[in-house]
Design a protein around this ligand. Structure first.
Ligand code: ZN
Length: 203
């Protein structure tokens, strides 16, 4: 199982971190060990002093494929939820400055939170889906899939030119503006439309 993540897929978020708008999806991968298992506590990692949340829409891959064309891409995922791409922002800034890979800032154990799944049906309009994150009951991030620079299908097609997609792989599709810090004791809750999808306490 692989966890693909898209960087800089919302213009406002790219701007807030001082990054250019990409002309091709920015892709990175978290290992399987990054997935926070249900009922496992989330601990603030000791190697960072600037832990950031990034709430994202997450797709579940349901079909194996490679070199998938955009017009066929929607057949390759069948579930959606929201998740958090936890990031050690101080470490990421350091690595970016040196031109080094991001893995230590992004791919550590339990850095990927995934909510409960919603099976896709034709009734769900993926082109305009709202999601949000609250911290201690206050909204800190709000997004809508219509603001993505690359659509779900463009992301799937692009990833599949480089990596085979396999059943069970996950795709984090990028975070909207409003990323920020969390500290021990904070409670984070992710929503798809109005429905609560996960709750995490930073321990
Ligand atoms: Zn992210």
């Amino acid at each position: 199982m692989k966890i693909f993540c898209v960087g800089r897929n919302y213009a406002e978020h790219a701007k807030e971190l001082g990054n250019a708008i990409p002309d091709e999806p920015v892709i990175f991968i978290k290992p399987k060990s990054a997935l926070l298992q249900t009922h496992t506590p989330f601990y603030y990692p000791e190697f960072t002093n600037e832990l950031h949340y990034e709430v994202e829409l997450v797709l579940r891959v349901s079909k194996n494929g490679k070199y998938i064309q955009e017009r066929h891409a929607s057949k390759y995922y069948n579930g959606i939820t929201v998740g958090i791409d936890f990031t050690a922002r101080d470490l990421q800034a350091e690595l970016k400055e040196k031109g080094l890979p991001w893995e230590k800032a992004k791919g550590w154990d339990n850095s990927a939170v995934v909510g409960k799944w919603v099976d896709l049906t034709p009734k769900i309009n993926l082109k305009e889906i709202n999601f949000s994150l609250t911290k201690n009951k206050e909204v800190v991030q709000e997004g809508n899939s219509k603001d993505m620079i690359f659509t779900f299908d463009q992301i799937v097609a692009n990833i599949s030119n480089y990596f085979s997609l396999n059943i069970g792989d996950l795709i984090f599709t990028g975070t909207p503006a409003g990323v920020g810090e969390c500290v021990v004791g904070d409670e984070l809750e992710g929503f798809l439309e109005k429905e609560s999808m996960f709750q995490v306490e930073v321990k």
